[in-house]
Design a protein around this ligand. Structure first.
Ligand SMILES: NC(=O)c1ccc[n+]([C@@H]2O[C@H](COP(=O)([O-])OP(=O)(O)OC[C@H]3O[C@@H](n4cnc5c(N)ncnc54)[C@H](O)[C@@H]3O)[C@@H](O)[C@H]2O)c1
Length: 441
């Protein structure tokens, strides 16, 4: 273990500390064996969160001390299942702010809807806890900056759930080959999300069911009347909560597209498309094309096709990266092709530093670094995950504005563009759920 950190201090001192407005009571001192155990809380587990619960149960010296969901049916059955498998009962919470107050929690894993991700990460930092946040790292552009600022300011470990690519040895090798110049000069990186999505129908506003805390579900988002059109899962297709498929399945491929080129945020962004093929309640486009241009002319393109379509060079959900000497495709497998289209054996080559824990998976990597505090060994830290999520959010802003936008990555604004700037952060939040500005965290 490295030098004692804030959590260890709190754990062993029994002191009470006020952190960012949240009062944390220090836990009783623990033995050396107990101190190696990472005590986790999982927040939000209707679907993806079940994988987080399962992995927390599987990993060595990891216990689930708390579970939190605003759907009482999901909460009750998951508490029962975890109690049976683990032999000890986690504390059940509906309000995730109480998880932040709980001194028996070292780290939170969260798979709530996107509009909650950044705020949970920020509150976890302020409460002296580490966090594993499902992708996308943030719903909006500015809150992503706040998350990164909070991680730095409070010295916490924060991993983003890009679990299919970042810890994958082949993906790391593929990126290493592009960075090594095996494609010549890489000038274009395309992310593809060709995943058919059906209509979600048309549903009325409704009474809030007795199993749901709708106010907590909405958290930092603008208030809307309850409807089953949002809960569960279909919130992805509403701009107040989700980011469309570009920020759902697509953010994995956006992250890979950006990773191939080693780029951050662009200076020009454009996006167009529509919701074609059916009429339903959904707001986000099911067909979307976005471009991100950098000052040296390098470009990232992203395409969402939610209706039946053909593949592109064998890829439907994956990436294509083009260089002056060839191109690489990644879908089910990674393929490198030379100047005449001939396949170049993809055996070994330049490798990015191999990081990660046993099984090289994203969850174990997080737990290993919660223990070691070697944050440079994280597979996908907050800063990296946030940039990829911000690309998705920028594309949606250009889509909503209906025009090409100039972006300034230094000021993180669209200079002189009041309409575009109005989408960078929420215009209204319910009291108690406001996301602080990056310099106020
Ligand atoms: N990394 C991956 O491979 C992967 C795969 C699927 C989903 N995801 C991500 O996981 C997240 C969840 O997706 P899903 O399909 O499980 O959504 P879902 O709507 O099915 O489940 C969300 C859960 O969060 C709960 N919740 C909402 N607000 C809450 C709050 N304030 N406190 C506690 N619980 C709250 C809901 O009641 C529900 O149980 C999304 O952000 C998605 O992008 C990641």
């Amino acid at each position: 273990m490295s030098a004692p950190n804030r959590r260890d201090f709190l754990r062993t001192s029994g002191a009470a500390a006020a952190l960012g407005g949240l009062t944390i009571l220090g836990a009783p001192a623990r033995s050396t064996a107990q101190a190696n155990t990472v005590r986790t809380a999982v927040i939000g587990f209707n679907s993806r969160g079940q994988d987080l619960v399962r992995r927390c149960l599987e990993m060595e010296d990891v216990v689930i001390t708390a579970l939190c969901d605003v759907d009482s049916r999901v909460l009750e059955r998951t508490v029962a299942a975890v109690t049976e498998k683990q032999g000890t009962a986690p504390t059940a919470y509906t309000d995730l702010r109480r998880v932040m107050d709980d001194p028996q929690v070292d780290a939170v894993f969260t798979a709530t809807p996107n509009h909650w991700h950044a705020l949970i990460g920020i509150w976890a930092c302020q409460a002296g806890k580490d966090s594993y946040i499902e992708k996308p790292a943030c719903w909006g552009v500015e809150e992503g900056e706040t998350l990164v600022a909070a991680v730095e300011k409070y010295g916490r470990v924060c991993q983003i759930g890009h679990n299919t690519t970042r810890p994958n040895g082949t993906a790391r090798r593929a990126v290493g080959r592009v960075w090594n110049g095996d494609l010549g000069t890489a000038y274009l990186s395309r992310g593809l999300c060709f995943k058919p999505r059906g209509s979600i129908g048309i549903k009325p506003d409704d009474n809030v069911p007795d199993w749901l805390d709708w106010d907590l579900w909405q958290g930092p988002a603008k208030r809307r009347p309850f409807s089953t059109r949002y809960v569960h899962y279909n919130w992805h297709w509403f701009f107040d909560y989700g980011n469309g498929d570009i920020g759902n399945q697509g953010v994995h491929q956006m992250d890979q597209a950006r990773w191939f080129l080693g780029r951050d945020l662009p200076t020009i962004v454009s996006s167009s498309g529509g919701r074609y093929g059916y009429v339903d309640d959904g707001e986000t486009p099911n067909t979307q094309f976005a471009t991100f241009s950098y000052p040296d002319g390098i470009e990232i393109q992203f395409e969402v096709r939610g209706l039946p379509t053909h593949d592109e060079a064998g890829v439907k959900i994956g990436n294509l990266v083009f260089g002056t000497k060839g191109y690489m495709s990644s879908g089910d497998s990674y393929r490198l092709r030379g100047p005449d289209g001939e396949e170049v054996p993809f055996v070994d080559g330049t490798e990015l530093p191999h990081v990660g824990g046993a099984g090289n998976d994203q969850f174990q990597n997080f737990i290993d670094i919660v223990r070691s505090r070697q944050v440079d060994q994280l597979n996908c830290n907050a800063a990296e995950g946030v940039k990829s999520a911000q690309l998705c959010a920028l594309a949606n802003i250009a889509y909503l504005c209906g025009r090409t936008l100039n972006f300034d990555p230094k000021s993180m604004t669209f200079p002189g563009d009041a309409e575009a700037n109005s989408y960078l952060a929420r215009q209204e939040s319910a009291p108690g759920f406001e996301v602080p500005a990056p310099n106020k965290v």
